[in-house]
Design a protein around this ligand. Sequence first.
Ligand SMILES: Nc1ncnc2c1ncn2[C@@H]1O[C@H](COP(=O)(O)OP(=O)(O)O)[C@@H](O)[C@H]1O
Ligand SMILES: [Mg+2]
Length: 520
Amino acid sequence: MLQEGKIYIGTSRKPDDSINKGEYLELKFGNRHGLITGATGTGKTVTLQILAEGFSNAGVPVFCADVKGDLSGIGAMGEPKDFLLKRAEQIGLDPYDFQEFPVIFWDLYGEKGHRVRTTISEMGPLLLSRLMNATDAQEGVLNIAFKIADEGGLPLLDLKDLQALLNYMGENASELSNQFGFISKASVGSIQRELLILEQQGAEHFFGEPALKITDIMRTTNDGRGAISVLAADKLMMNPRLYATFLLWLLSELFEELPEVGDPDKPKLVFFFDEAHLLFNDAPKVLVERVEQVVRLIRSKGVGVYFVTQNPLDVPEAVLAQLGNRIQHALRAYSPREQKAVKTAADTFRPNPDFNCADVITNLGTGEALVSTLEGKGSPSIVERTLVRPPASRLGPLTDAERQKVVDVSPVRGLYDEDFDRDSAYEMLAKRAAKAAEQAEAARQAEEKPAEDTSGGSRWTLPGFGDDAAEAPSGKQARPRSSGYKRETIMEAAMKSVARTVATQVGRALVRGILGSLKR
Ligand SMILES: Nc1ncnc2c1ncn2[C@@H]1O[C@H](COP(=O)(O)OP(=O)(O)O)[C@@H](O)[C@H]1O
Ligand SMILES: [Mg+2]
C-alpha cells in the first residue's frame, strides 16, 4: 500500500464492496491545499491524524490545532485495538505498523505546551480589528493608530502599548485628525474598553515576547521526519475569535516570511485549520478576500493549507475553489441547509459512473469518505468511496504525564516558556521590525534565495531561512543594541513621530503585507 512520494489515505471499494484500489495524496500536490468535511463523529479528526502522520513521515512539518484534545495521541505509539485491526484487514493494510510521531505541543495559555506569542505590531490592524470585532469607525481609528506607529517606525509590543498610544490619540484627537484623518474620541474610548475586555479574556497572554518564530514550527528530526506542532485549542475554542485570529496571523506570518519555491516535490509545511468555519463566521468581506488571496499565493511558498469543517458551505466559494485534495465524510441531509451542503459537496467532485455522490455522502460509515485528490498534471481524480486507514499513532489523547514528557524533551524547551521583561522584549521587537523594514526594501531589489540549513538541538533540525537561529530568545542580551536604540515611552515616541522631527525608532517605516503582518 505504501508508495514513494504519496501518502496512503485508505482503500476504495467497488459497488459490490470488494477492494478497488489504494487512494493516495501525492506529496507534490500537497501544496495544492485540501478540505476535510463531515458531520460530527464521522472521522474528520482521524483523517487529519493520518494525513499528519503521512506528511511527517515524508519529512514535511505539520501545524494543527487540537480542538478536543484527542489529537495529542499522535505523539504516542498506536495500540492494536480490535476495531483498528479490523479496519486494517478490511483495507488490506499489511503490515499495519504502529509508530509515535515527533510532536511539539503549543498553547497560547502555556498550560498544555509551549507558549505562543506575537506582538501587536506583528498582528497588524486588520487582524486586530477582527479580534476585537471592531465596527467600521473603530477600525478606522485602529488603522490610524497603526499608521502613526508604523510611519514613526514605532513597534507596539502588547495591549498596554496600544492603550498608551490610544490615550495619546484621544488627548490629541483634533490635532492628529488634521494629519491622519478623522479620529473620533468616542471610538477611541470604545476600542480602549474592548481592549480591556480582551485582556480579561486572557488575550494579553498572547501579546508579548518572545514571539513565535516560524522556523520553530518547521523543524524536522535528524531521522528526516517533519515535526508535528499541535496547538492545544480546547480552552482557546471558548474564545473563537482569538482562535481564528491566531491561526490567520500564523498563516500570514508564513506567507510573509517564507521564500518563493514554486511547486516543490513536497510541501515545506502543511497547515491544518480545524473548525474552519470559525475563520469565516461573520468575517468582514475584505478579510475573506485577503484570506482567499493568501491561500492562493501561499502555495508557491510550499505551504499546503487544509481546512477541516463540518459543512463545505462553511468555506467561502473563492477559497473552496483553491482546495484540490478533498476528503468528504458523511453528511446528514435533514434541513434545507444540510441538503444544500450535500449537493454542493457532491457537485464539486469529478463524478464516478459507479455511484451517485449525493446518495453516498449521506450513507457513508464512520471513517469512510469520498476521496478525490490531484493526480497527473494536477487534475482531480475520479471520486472514490474510501475506507480511511487507521492511524499508526494512538487514537485518543495523551495523559498529562505523557504530554509533560514530550514537553520536557522538546527542541524548543526553554525558548518560549518565560515572558520577557518589557524592556528587553520591546528591544527585540524593535530589532526585528528594523530588520523587517530593511528586508522589505532589499526584497524589492534582490531575489530571495533560501539560506543554508542550520542545526538546532541534536535530534531536530531547523529550516534555514528567516531570522537567523542565533537570535533565538535564550539570552536577553545576546547581541549589541542596534543603532543606539533606546526605549522610550510610547507617548514620547508617538509625539515625536507625529511631529516628524526626530529619527525613528527602527530607522524606517514598517511595511505591511496582505493580511497586515509586517512584511519581510
Ligand atoms: N479511519 C478510521 N479508522 C478507524 N476508526 C475510525 C476512523 N475514523 C474514525 N474512526 C472512529 O470514529 C470515531 C470518531 O472519529 P473522529 O475523527 O473523532 O470524528 P470527527 O472528528 O469527525 O468528529 C473515532 O474515535 C474512531 O473510533
Ligand atoms: Mg473532530
